[in-house]
Design a protein around this ligand. Structure first.
Ligand code: ZN
Length: 499
């Protein structure tokens, strides 16, 4: 017997989800298909659809239904669909109703303007052109934080939007542990001398990259019935509905990064693909947090896609496709080249080890900004000093420094740490999978990835947003977030080949 109030809530949420999915599709189309002059009209359409979804969600009706359903929630099993839907919706609702719609609108407008300024500012390496926009974004974030109960740290409120329930202090502790271990590792590897990776910096025809990339993701689980692949300058994954997973990638003619970008986005896609179909058209029907999402993109990109056993299977095919460039390069040389650790300027091109230092730097600067310990105008100097300190890299200009990422222009403060949290969790989850499945390398060498995918689906993807990120990681691994497995993995994988 279903509770009629619960059915009412479910119907409302399904409509709201449809509107959000429509917005997702409008956004996907904007980035993939739309001619440039469609931008102003599209901005209006997107704003309208998003506003309708938001208005419906924060309505008094939803609040009343949530109140009426307290009894059902308490009498239902914590894991049940009913209790989970009411619990998660209540949390979302309580957050959403605290922020006045005018402030939401102002933040969106400011971010749109700042993003429009970011492109040219980066192009001309002109921080001053972006500075006023960043100051506005920061001031709006202060107002946003003011909408919530005072937290232990101001940054907690921002972080919660991307990694719900996670506290700044907990992230800081994990990052301190990473820093302590990774700074000496970077130095150790640096002293051993750089690995030559010129074999993967050659001419690789984009059409052939696409062909091989598709062969790879098909082996991992991509099918033409449920997935598609397009080209955009910044790769992303989008899922405008169940059974509809869209990846994009970018093909650089001088390296093979598209293959890893495709596996990365596949990881985001397969998480969405694996959510229990019964959660579709509810707020539970997607990945639970950016950190856990990133744990899966990094799993498929790095733990699978940069492993020896993976290339034992795919390297002959790669050699066949690019025989001129790689025909006479042995597998080990190739493997070392794609796993080279080398401090560099750009986060998105960084290796598995130094990547985390790029994140820690941003995490620290964000806290200083929101706590008014650092002025926006002093940001470039602080950035450059810390790049020197952490990676020994001298930043030649702001385009390759503080202006490289779009996140701050887009108003996303508190987002960056989720990348490294994802790295950390990826290995915790991986170790549990290996405990259950046994040696994965033998399967990868035969081109078999289905068992890993199905294990992840069963233990993680299926859950969607039913539980908090912390509950989710504990259910999957039996422990809280813990940096040790990840640090062990990095050292075991990457130190020997640089010795
Ligand atoms: Zn990602």
């Amino acid at each position: 017997m279903t509770d009629p109030k619960f059915e009412q809530l479910r119907e409302r949420l399904a409509e709201i989800d449809d509107l959000r999915k429509a917005a997702t599709l409008l956004f996907w189309d904007q980035r993939v298909k739309m001619p440039p002059n469609g931008a102003p009209a599209r901005a209006e359409a997107l704003a309208t659809v998003s506003r309708l979804a938001q208005e419906r969600f924060v309505s008094d009706d939803i609040g009343r239904l949530l109140d009426d359903l307290r009894g059902l929630e308490e009498s239902s099993d914590y894991d049940s669909f009913e209790a989970s839907l009411i619990r998660v919706t209540r949390r979302d609702y309580e957050k959403a109703t605290r922020v006045p719609p005018e402030l939401v609108g102002e933040m969106r407008r400011a971010a749109t303007l700042a993003l429009a300024a970011w492109g040219p500012a980066k192009q001309e390496s002109n921080f001053e052109a972006l500075r006023p926009h960043l100051e506005t974004n920061l001031e709006l974030r202060h107002r946003y934080v003011g909408c919530f109960e005072p937290a232990e740290e101001t940054y907690d409120v921002l972080l919660d939007d991307y990694e719900p329930n996670m506290k700044t202090a907990e992230v800081r502790e994990i990052f301190m542990e990473l820093k302590e271990e990774l700074l000496p590792l970077v130095e150790e590897i640096g002293e051993a001398g750089a690995i030559d990776d010129s074999v993967v910096r050659s001419n690789f025809e984009p059409g052939k990259q696409r062909e091989l990339g598709l062969e790879i993701v098909r082996r991992l689980g991509y099918t033409d019935e449920e997935w598609r692949l397009d080209e955009t300058p910044h790769p992303f994954m989008s899922s405008p509905g169940a059974g509809d997973i869209r990846l994009t990638t970018t093909y650089r003619p001088n390296d093979l990064s598209s293959l890893f970008a495709m596996m990365h986005e596949f990881g985001h896609g397969v998480y969405e693909w694996g959510v229990d179909p019964s959660l579709a058209r509810t707020p539970l029907g997607s990945g639970v947090s950016l950190g856990l999402h990133e744990s899966q993109s990094r799993t498929w990109e790095n733990l699978v896609g940069r492993s020896r056993s993976f290339w034992r299977f795919f390297y002959p095919r790669l050699q066949e496709i690019f025989s001129e460039q790689l025909g006479s390069v042995d597998e080990e040389t190739f493997y070392r080249a794609i796993n080279r650790v080398h401090p560099s300027l750009i986060r998105i091109d960084a290796d598995e080890v130094t990547y985390n230092m790029h994140i820690i730097l941003r995490f620290e600067l964000e806290q200083e900004l929101i706590e008014n310990r650092l002025a926006v105008r002093d940001l470039p100097e602080a950035w450059n000093a810390r790049m020197e300190e952490y990676l020994g890299v001298e930043v030649p200009d702001d385009a390759r420094g503080v202006l490289q990422d779009m996140h701050w222009a887009g108003g996303s403060l508190g987002y960056f740490p989720t990348y490294s949290l994802g790295n950390v969790m990826s290995v915790q989850i991986w170790e549990r999978a290996v405990e259950d499945l046994g040696d994965l390398d033998q399967r990868f060498e035969r081109g078999e990835f289905g068992e890993l995918r199905e294990w992840l689906r069963e233990h993680l993807y299926r859950l969607g947003r039913k539980f908090t990120p912390q509950e989710t990681i504990e259910r999957v691994t039996g422990s809280r977030i813990d940096a040790k497995p990840y640090l062990r993995y990095l050292r075991e994988k990457l130190a020997p080949q640089h010795a």
